[in-house]
Design a protein. Structure first.
Length: 461
């Protein structure tokens, strides 16, 4: 293997480094700026690194004074004066700076050269590790490299404080376009009650949708994804760890075409229904909805695939169905669930998209089956409660409940049990159409004489 060529001299700018140090010796304001915006390690010359640290130490411990005489005395007391160039070099530094006010301009050059060196070193490290990696380690290594480069790309400078006039000016300018900006910050679900009371699904937030088996978690998640992809033209992604993509395709066609889902699954539709279904298929097949139905998907692989889809397809909404079958390292299932929740919470913020996570609701012993769900009903609920921005449950009172006659058999409730994003905690209504495998908006007639959510909740309590 050919040896990697060595650079004669890494990128740096000696004059800028000297100008920064000279500015710091002239004015305390320059020291203040440098303390917030520069690091000793960003200076290329070791002598400059030592002088930067010594000047800042002097500035901090001598009441803001870091002039030539004070710094020389401190360095001499430490036995570092001659090693760092002596008094003559400090005088030369002070004379090399045009004005103390130029510290920001020259400091930006010092920082840029330092980040250039960091990036070049990262490239060399990545190349070495990829050459030495075994076949099984490549995916993990690529994820580590991506994470390192994201950290390197982060801006580490500290912004200046803003005066109240500037803060209010920024607020006023932002207010002029807030309505449009707000629309861009959320994904609408198509359920009027939810979009009105909750404002849609907010970017960067983690939503948990709980329910028992066959209560409609997958269907509701799929309905929302389809609304985003088909009607709003916003790319959406579903990780389906239980149902195959072909089965989900049938549910989508039944819901969009208003066809009997059972007859479609059994292929017993009439000829005219097949023709109508073909028309709907043509209408929706170009929608930007992506389904990954890999079974037993590991958490790290799920995160990697989600990031790649966001980069390549611009995903705006993501759902995972469902939490309890995501694979995570370790043997303690509670700790595994915590790891999954923390990872998905961080992913929502990193990708700046809403993530909808379906979750199984347990059957607590000794509890009335007809009682409304609670946060503690979620399996391994500790990490779920802590990490989720919103927790909601699909629920319908048992038929023995007198309220069923008021609400109607098809009316289901979306109970908002936790809401970190706003004041709404309570009951929303939707109508379940099992023949079409979809939830739709419940009409006032179907809901009956339902009172406002907060009043209804108070009476139920």
């Amino acid at each position: 293997m050919t040896a990697e060529p060595e650079m004669a001299m890494p990128p740096h700018h000696d004059d800028s480094e000297r100008a920064v140090l000279g500015s710091m010796l002239m004015e305390w304001e320059a020291c203040e700026w440098a303390s917030e915006n520069l690091r000793a390690g960003w200076f290329y010359a070791p002598v400059h690194q030592g002088l930067f640290t010594a000047i800042l130490d002097t500035w901090r411990t001598h009441g803001g004074g870091a002039d030539l005489i004070t710094v020389s005395a401190v360095l001499e007391d430490r036995g570092q004066l001659e090693r760092l160039g002596g008094t003559s070099y400090l005088i030369a530094l002070q004379q090399s700076s045009p004005t103390a006010a130029s510290v920001a301009r020259y400091g930006a050059v010092v920082r840029a050269k330092a980040r250039q060196r960091e990036a070049m070193e990262a490239c060399r490290q990545d190349t070495r590790e990829l050459v030495e990696a075994g076949d099984a380690d490549v995916d993990r290594l690529i994820e580590e490299i991506r994470s390192r480069w994201e950290s390197l790309a982060a801006d580490t400078t500290v912004p200046d404080a803003k005066a109240l006039r500037e803060v209010l000016d920024d607020f006023w300018k932002d207010a002029e376009t807030r309505a449009n900006a707000l629309k861009a910050e959320v994904v609408q679900t198509g359920l009027v009650d939810f979009d009105r009371e909750m404002g849609g699904l907010a970017k960067g937030s983690l939503y948990v949708l709980g329910g028992r088996p066959r209560e409609g978690k997958t269907t509701l998640a799929l309905n929302w994804l389809c609304h985003a992809a088909i009607r709003l033209k916003q790319p959406a992604l579903l990780f389906s760890l239980e149902m195959k993509a072909s089965a989900l395709g049938g549910k989508i066609l039944a819901a969009e075409g208003e066809m009997n889902a059972f007859a479609l699954r059994q292929a017993t539709l009439r000829t005219d229904e097949w023709h109508a279904l073909g028309v709907h298929r043509e209408r929706i097949q170009g929608a930007p909805l992506y389904i990954d139905d890999t079974r037993a998907l590991r958490l790290d692989e799920l995160l990697r695939r989600a990031r790649r889809r966001v980069r390549t397809h611009g995903i705006k909404l993501m759902a995972v169905d469902y939490l309890q079958i995501v694979q995570a390292p370790g043997r303690d299932r509670r700790l595994q669930v915590d790891a999954i929740m923390y990872a998905l919470q961080a992913l929502a913020g990193e990708l700046d998209i809403p993530i909808l996570l379906c979750c199984q609701r347990s059957r607590p012993e000794g509890r009335d089956e007809g009682k409304e769900p609670e946060l503690s009903d979620l399996k391994e609920s500790g990490g779920i409660e802590e990490c989720a921005d919103v927790v909601m449950f699909i629920w319908h009172p048992p038929r023995s409940d007198a309220k069923v006659s008021r609400w109607g058999a098809g009316v289901k409730h979306l109970l908002i049990a936790k809401n970190r994003l706003g004041p709404m905690v309570g009951r929303l209504h939707m109508y379940w159409q099992p023949e079409f495998q979809r939830f739709r908006n419940a009409t006032a007639y179907e809901v009956g004489a339902a009172k406002p959510n907060n009043q209804e909740k108070a009476e139920d309590d």
